[in-house]
Design a protein around this ligand. Structure first.
Ligand SMILES: [Zn+2]
Length: 674
């Protein structure tokens, strides 16, 4: 069963017919059919064109385009059109636009110009969603609901009085009493003891650093407030059209929204992914975010937006070289997407995105872009059998949004250089290079199916989370600055690693962040044998990390060991001779950030018997992914690569039968049906 009732993979993009005279529509649908487009996203920013005055709806144009699309066999991902409230609503309700931390109310004229806590906004979106659902409930083109658009892109939070009232209600529900809140927030510090709920406010711009516990709750509240906007619409849609799946387009790995909570409220996870063609690490960053999307609901997801070429919102917007649109699209499929969709179908002639690329560019059909669009449509049809298949990962990376928010709180930490996305990438990149499938997981998810779990950072770690990790039967790797605070951002009694102390067999006595530009040598010791070998695992006790010099940067810690072995020690510097990397049982701890953690990682993977999907590390630049019985081999490199094949099979892109090995040209790919 696919994500929608459209068979096979979805192929299409955002379509904004209201930006074009109707005589263009016939050409649009004819060219869509030629390209193999089977779904388009419609009406994302159409509120002002659909509800022209309070309760006055004009659905005529939308009726006509939905009928026309359906007549050409094209399904519709129908937006509820609530991403931007219309001018008449904003002018009638001057309190609707969001207010920034300094108290400035933002003007109308862009998008997402709403306060998430505004009752006027939420009531308006429910009214429009109901009108849309009731009008199109039986329309045969409707296959997916698209609520809002890229929540948290522009409006992450709002500091207005309405939001302050909503925040107070949220705090009352969380803490019950002011005593509870005062204790959790540690308001005895800096004279912040609250005696009445009305004294509480968002963490607005203040003379100096604000209470980090207040900021952490504000992050939780702000994610929840936007989620409530989504859920208000979803509730209406589910009431009127219970069988149509509901999604909202995520923005890859976004700091502000707890996507674990959000995904639980969706039927389908979808993502807007815009890797920068000018970034040499674009492929690995995209792979990480795609693996998150697949992991959010542990099922296939949908690449709902991507750029055929250049975007329009970076300082410098580099196009995709020939073949790169196809390669990036295949990469999303390899990581679990059940479709390839773009922003947008026809390139706009006006507005802030008029230079954003499109499947059909300004130049029309006699263009490289259009020819690549046609070719990609044909490739997507060849891969229809991939739809619905899953990925089996033996390695999981832990990602917890609350811990992330605490880790990157402003102006109160030993170092502001620890950034979670970079920490995740530092572990993900070597796994990716080895062709090892990786899931992401929140603390609390059942991890028993994994052989290796890596927690790059768990700054915030509760006793329950620590107990879950202690119960994990496989090999666990924990990164530095973990187990530091509890859910209220208070340092655990006795200091870090708090509830992880017994599991790691050590305590962290002092943090020693490393100043920018400096490094710290770390000398690896021999790895101690772990007792009886695991049945079926390679018989390697001490694979010989010993004698290797590793490089730490940004962060180190003064560790005192209870009953852990030393895998590596600092050499030179203020921590000379002290433990840097340790192990207790099957748990490895790094008290520092290594430039390249591969030597430690490789030893853990080898001991756990984890290999890549091809059985060996692919050549540099080649990405290898297994999805169901399909092996994707993607050459992101600048040179041809010879890749040994683990089994023979048919390349679905060319129809060739392959065995032994295959040579893949730069920016080319093979999808082997095993
Ligand atoms: Zn507000």
């Amino acid at each position: 069963m696919g994500l929608t009732r459209v068979p096979g993979l979805l192929f299409g993009g955002d379509y904004n017919p209201e930006q074009w005279p109707e005589e263009v529509w016939d050409q649009d649908v004819r060219l869509m059919a030629e390209a193999g487009v089977n779904v388009v996203t419609v009406a994302v920013f159409s509120w002002s064109r659909l509800e022209t005055a309070p309760g006055v709806f004009d659905f005529g144009w939308l009726d006509r385009i939905l009928d026309l699309l359906h007549a050409h066999g094209i399904a519709v991902d129908l937006a509820t059109a609530t991403a931007t409230p219309p001018p008449w609503l904003v002018r009638r309700h001057p309190g609707l636009p969001p207010v920034d931390a300094a108290g400035t109310r933002l003007e109308f004229g862009s998008r997402q110009g709403y306060c998430p806590s505004s009752p006027v906004f939420r009531e308006g979106t429910r009214r429009l969603a109901r009108a849309m659902a009731e009008r199109y409930r039986d329309h045969p083109a409707l296959v997916l609901w698209h609520v809002g658009n890229e929540y948290g892109d522009h409006t992450v939070e709002c500091f207005c009085e309405e939001s302050a009232r909503d925040f107070r209600r949220w705090l009352q529900a969380r803490y019950g009493t002011l005593d509870g809140l005062n204790a959790a927030w540690g308001t005895s510090c800096w004279g912040q003891h609250y005696t009445d709920w009305t004294q509480l406010a968002p963490p607005r711009k203040a003379p100096g650093p604000v209470n980090p516990a207040q900021v952490l709750d504000w992050r939780r509240f702000s994610s929840d407030a936007l989620l409530a906007c989504f859920e208000a619409e979803r509730e209406v849609l589910k009431e009127v059209t219970p069988d149509i799946p509901v999604t909202t387009n995520f923005m890859s790995i976004l700091h502000h929204l707890d996507y674990w909570k959000w995904a639980a409220a969706e039927d389908v996870v979808s993502d807007d992914a815009y890797p920068d063609p000018a970034d040499p690490r674009a492929a690995v960053k995209a792979a990480l975010s795609y693996d998150l999307m697949r992991s959010l609901k542990q099922q296939p997801w949908l690449l709902l937006e991507s750029a055929p070429g250049a975007v329009s919102w970076r300082a410098v917007n580099v196009p995709k070289e020939p073949g790169v649109m196809r390669l990036h699209s295949l990469q999303a499929l390899a990581h679990g997407s059940d479709g390839v969709m773009f922003f947008q179908w026809r390139q706009a002639r006006y507005g802030p995105e008029k230079f954003h690329s499109a499947m059909l560019p300004h130049g029309g059909t006699d263009t490289r872009q259009w020819r690549e669009t046609l070719a990609l449509g044909a490739d997507v049809r060849r891969l229809a059998g991939v739809a619905g298949s899953g990925t089996r990962a033996e390695v999981a990376l832990l990602l917890d949004w609350e811990s992330w928010w605490g880790l990157e709180a402003p102006e109160s930490l030993p170092s502001d250089r620890l950034r979670l996305h970079a920490l995740l990438l530092s572990w993900y990149a070597p796994l990716h290079a080895r062709g090892i499938a990786v899931d992401l997981a929140p603390p609390g998810r059942d991890l028993s199916g994994y052989k290796v779990v890596i927690a790059p950072n768990l700054y915030l770690c509760t006793a329950e989370q620590a107990a879950d990790l202690a119960a994990f039967p496989g090999r666990l790797v924990v990164g530095p600055f973990s187990g530091v605070v509890d859910a209220a951002d208070q340092v655990h009694a006795g200091g870090p690693p708090g509830p992880l102390r017994e599991l790691l067999g050590l305590r962290v006595e002092e943090f020693w962040p490393i100043p920018d530009g400096l490094t710290q040598d770390v000398l690896a010791q021999d790895v101690p044998a772990e007792g009886a070998p695991t049945p079926g695992a390679p018989g390697r006790g001490a694979p010989g990390l010993g004698g290797r010099t590793l490089t730490a940067r940004t962060w180190s810690e003064w560790l005192e060991l209870d009953d852990a072995h030393v895998l590596a020690r600092y050499r030179g510097g203020p921590l000379d001779g002290r433990p840097a990397v340790t192990r207790r049982g099957a748990v490895t701890y790094l008290g520092c950030l290594l430039d390249d953690p591969s030597p430690v990682l490789d030893e853990v993977l080898d001991a756990a018997g984890v290999t890549g999907v091809t059985g060996a590390k692919p050549p540099a630049g080649v990405e290898a992914c297994r999805r169901g019985d399909h092996l994707f081999l993607l050459n992101h490199g600048a040179a041809a690569a010879t890749v040994p094949l683990p089994a023979s099979g048919t390349d679905l892109l060319t129809g060739r039968h392959l065995h032994g090995s295959v040579v893949i040209a730069p920016r080319d790919a093979v999808v082997l049906k095993l």
